[in-house]
Design a protein around this ligand. Structure first.
Ligand SMILES: O=C1C[C@@](O)(C(=O)O)C[C@@H](O)[C@@H]1O
Length: 254
């Protein structure tokens, strides 16, 4: 299993790392929120740019990014436009999605970009290639807010992300039952043991799935999303408690 290194952060070994999303509308709120992260255990910050009121103006996006990077003081940054089709705040056409992600990767201000794996193969490959050309890592993603797909389908989606060339495949699915959570965890383990040559991220959403956000070290998910002020998806727990739970599980596995 290869690890992925961003700044001083190594993903894919040891205790799962904690990513905190910023979901805010204005520049002031975004920067304020980032400033509040100094007091909590955060390994990586995700800027969910689909929430930003100025997202359609690249200059405004770059302006926020440069202030954000200054406030984060070296904490790696993941740039994510989550489309409405996958649970985000707004829709975007694939050409604009590609242009935005490529332009942001070229600024040198972000460490990783999120690329939705089902945006279209050509678009996804184009962004991944451009990001890699700029030394930016790619998290490929897929979100199923309605259900937890069958095992083969979860594995197919994760393997497709790997085939597209993403550094870290990620899938978030919604459970309709407790066995759905078990299937997501089993799929994670099978992916890691049989198919993956790189770290992956998986989660089962909502309260029933919250256990999957804690148990990544057991089943093979390298990163977990925790909430600081506002959760960006159902089932995210507070960062402080999340960190304690990850450490407890880590200790029990030694
Ligand atoms: O892809 C993900 C995972 C997520 O949806 C979650 O369930 O924690 C939260 C999103 O902000 C992030 O982009």
């Amino acid at each position: 299993m290869n690890t992925v290194k961003v700044k001083n952060l190594v993903l894919g070994e040891g205790i799962p790392k904690i990513c905190v999303p910023i979901v805010a509308k204005t520049k002031r709120e975004i920067i304020e929120e980032a400033g509040s992260f100094r007091a909590i255990p955060v390994d990586l910050v995700e800027w969910r740019v689909d929430w930003f009121e100025g997202v359609e103006d690249l200059e405004q996006v770059k302006d926020v990014l440069s202030d954000l990077v200054a406030v984060l003081e070296g904490t790696p940054l993941l740039f994510t436009f989550r489309t409405a089709a996958e649970g985000g705040e707004r829709a975007i056409d694939p050409a604009a999605y590609a242009a935005l992600n490529k332009a942001v990767a070229a600024t040198g201000l972000v460490d990783l970009v999120d690329v939705e794996a089902f945006i279209g193969d050509a678009v996804a490959r184009d962004i991944i290639e451009a990001a890699h050309g700029e030394g930016v890592k790619v998290v490929a993603s897929n979100h199923d807010f309605g259900k937890t797909p069958p095992m083969d389908d979860i594995l197919y989606r994760l393997r497709k992300m790997q085939d597209l060339g993403a550094d870290i495949p990620k899938i978030a699915v919604m459970p309709q039952s407790r066995t759905d959570v078990l299937r997501l965890l089993e799929a994670t383990t099978i992916m890691v043991e049989r198919y993956a040559d790189r770290p992956i991220i998986t989660m089962s959403m909502a309260g029933t799935g919250a256990v999957s956000r804690l148990a990544g070290e057991v089943f093979g998910s390298c990163l977990t999303f925790g909430a600081a002020n506002k959760a960006s998806a159902p089932g995210q727990v507070g960062v402080q408690e999340l960190s304690e739970a990850l450490q407890l599980i880590h200790k029990s596995m030694q």
